[in-house]
Design a protein around this ligand. Structure first.
Ligand SMILES: [Zn+2]
Length: 172
């Protein structure tokens, strides 16, 4: 079984300080702030800055978070609307290569993120109300609230990465 959440990252997360005890509503709120936070961080920057220890430039982290939100929103919708509770893992690095994250215009990545956050918020809110529980191939049972916290962590963690890159390359 694959580790996830607090068991994988620590509570709080050893890298970004995210605490896992937040309520589902708080997790939804954390994700809702994401577009404005990323837009503010990238203001006046190219979005293609690099840090030697991090694998992606800021705009590519935005695209990664966007696709992660879309993926989980879709899975929760599948369970809620179609009873499809069995879900597989997905290869995020393969997706990054297929979509060529490093070549997506940062303005487009931010635009896409806004749509993904709106769709995710709708899907997660409905899944929380319906009490959706997924059965993930590698992680086992994933309640809607687990998905909300995991996605809120992903957001917090990668915003930290983006800020770190921009601090490293100056001006923040
Ligand atoms: Zn973290």
């Amino acid at each position: 079984m694959e580790k996830w959440g607090a068991a994988l990252y620590g509570d709080p997360c050893a890298e970004c300080g995210f605490g896992w005890s937040l309520t589902p509503a708080e997790a939804v709120g954390v994700v809702a702030e994401l577009p404005a936070r990323c837009r503010a961080l990238l203001k006046g920057r190219t979005g293609f800055e690099r840090h030697p220890d991090l694998g992606r430039p800021p705009a590519a982290y935005v695209s990664h978070v966007t696709d992660n939100l879309r993926n989980w929103a879709e899975r929760l919708a599948g369970a809620r609307l179609g009873g499809a509770v069995e879900v597989p893992g997905y290869d995020q690095d393969l997706l990054a290569r297929a979509r060529r994250y490093n070549e997506i215009a940062p303005a487009a990545a931010l635009w896409s993120l806004e749509g993904a956050v709106a769709a995710w918020t709708d899907s997660v809110t409905a899944a929380l109300e319906a009490g959706v529980v997924l059965r993930h191939a590698a992680r086992g049972e994933q309640r809607a609230e687990d998905v909300a916290r995991n996605n809120a962590h992903d957001r917090h963690h990668h915003v930290g990465d983006i800020a770190r890159i921009l601090r490293y390359t100056g001006k923040v």
